[in-house]
Design a protein around this ligand. Structure first.
Ligand SMILES: [Zn+2]
Length: 100
């Protein structure tokens, strides 16, 4: 078993890490939990929440890659959509600007 904070080997059932002193299991920060990562991704961090995904002690390798692919696809979709919207707005505004 590994400490979620410093990744030192600790014994299963230890309430605190004997190396860094961080509490185990029950004290894992909310932003490393599933709903915390999802909320932060949608509300604030976007693709930067991948840092949390890869640092989270709660996620296995498969969950990490799943999050990475989903967040990457969402980011890509948002970028493409924003770019298309920008092009459309430009096309809409261009004739108005050249009227004067
Ligand atoms: Zn530790």
């Amino acid at each position: 078993m590994q400490c979620w904070s410093c990744r030192s080997e600790i014994t299963q059932g230890d309430a605190f890490c004997r190396f860094c002193g961080k509490g185990q299991e029950t004290r894992i920060p909310w932003y490393y939990k599933h709903w915390g990562i999802i909320a932060l991704t949608l509300v604030a961090l976007g693709p930067f929440s991948l840092l949390l995904v890869w640092r989270s002690p709660l996620l296995g390798l498969r969950a990490r890659w799943t999050y990475t692919i989903v967040i990457g696809a969402l980011t890509w979709y948002l970028c493409v959509t924003t770019y298309q919207l920008w092009l459309r707005l430009n096309a809409l505004i261009a004739p108005i600007l050249t009227l004067s």
